[in-house]
Ligand binder design. Structure first.
Ligand code: NDP
Length: 316
């Protein structure tokens, strides 16, 4: 039978932001209830090696890092629930959350850490080589392509920043864009055009990612000219897809202030949303840095702000 639980603090999401919020909130005595969502561990649960999370001198696998964060949150006293939030009501307190199982949570404060998903091109070959030369994060995986030739796909700020980042590590970087003008900010474009290692490939889309099976590795991309239909191949060992992200905010539409792309708006230096008592941390409110460590940092901020807010609520 469906159950109703009343807690002081609920947390939605189980990436670095959610788990860090749970660790801090549990240690503050708030006994948080964390709903893990569809993909426990978030984006890191589907990555391979993580080399840039401090404290791990040897690379750690993404799923293992997330298991460790979950274990740490549990040990500190957080309750983790393997369920998915399917509806929320934030117009009055206690806030209400309906879970996929039918269970309901009532909470005085809520931390949203539902993250974002990288957009993919949707090619079968892209899925097959993900983690084997296809990536959506240059900061995470660029290091593995030192001295190699790679391609970045996209024409926005992310694509240009990734191309610039990779140009410092790689021998050559192609920037494949479907138009002949970038969407990225002018200052980034100027930096890009001044970098001799980067070669823009205009008016092309990726038709297929080419590679070998044993070992599974990328060897190139087949491109198609969007106007002429002409095909060409580029020999690359890495493909970085940077065509945008989708924040997981559908549940909160018309309840919280969001920007044009659906990211939850929080003021600089805070995780407070437009509804008092609701806090947002990690990629669901950060389209700029998107790192595990920055997500964890903002998860900490959210727990501290929620704790302070609940203390003030209790005092009134
Ligand atoms: P954007 O949506 O800005 O850009 C996505 C790019 O990918 C566009 O150039 C688009 O092409 C292209 N694209 C989309 N779909 C496809 C497809 N199926 N095939 C080929 N190309 C495709 O995403 P970003 O991740 O770059 O940025 C998201 C937001 O985050 C923006 O507001 C950006 O300003 C911000 N941001 C800010 C940063 C900063 O301040 N330093 C850093 C990174 C991001 P087209 O141009 O033709 O539409």
């Amino acid at each position: 039978m469906a159950a109703e639980r009343r807690v002081r603090l609920a947390i939605l999401g189980s990436g670095p932001a959610g788990y860090t919020a749970a660790i801090y909130a549990a240690r503050a005595g708030l006994a948080p209830l964390l709903v893990q969502g569809l993909q426990p561990g978030g984006q890191l649960a589907i990555t391979t090696e993580v080399e840039n999370f401090p404290g791990f001198p040897e690379p750690i696998l993404g799923p293992e890092l997330m298991e460790r964060m979950a274990a740490q949150a549990r040990r500190c006293g957080a309750e983790l629930v393997a369920d998915v939030a399917v509806a929320v009501a934030l117009h009055e307190r206690p806030f209400r959350i309906l879970l996929d199982s039918g269970d309901r949570i009532l909470c005085d404060a809520l931390i949203i850490a539902t993250g974002a998903q990288a957009r993919w091109l949707g090619l079968e070959s892209e899925t097959r080589f993900r983690g084997f030369g296809v990536s959506s994060c240059a900061t995470c995986d660029g290091f593995f392509f030192r001295g190699r030739t790679v391609a970045v796909v996209g024409g926005g700020n992310t694509a240009v920043e990734e191309a610039l980042y990779l140009s410092r590590l790689c021998a050559k970087v192609y920037l494949v864009h479907r138009r002949d003008a970038l969407r990225a900010e002018k200052v980034l474009q100027e930096r890009l055009f001044a970098e001799p290692k980067i070669e823009p490939v205009w008016n092309h889309v990726v038709e297929e990612i080419l590679g070998s099976e044993e070992p599974r590795a990328v060897t190139g991309v087949r491109l198609r000219h969007v106007h002429t239909g002409a095909r060409r191949e580029l020999a690359v060992e890495g493909v970085f897809v940077a065509i945008g992200h989708d924040p997981a905010t559908a549940l909160f539409k018309n309840q919280l202030d969001m920007d044009a792309e659906g990211y939850i708006v929080t003021p600089p230096g805070s995780t407070q949303t437009s509804v008092p008592g609701v806090f947002a941390c990690g990629d669901v409110q950060d389209k700029r840095f998107r790192q595990a460590v920055t997500a964890a940092g903002s998860g900490c901020m959210a727990a501290l702000e929620a704790d302070r807010w609940l203390a003030e609520l209790g005092a009134t």
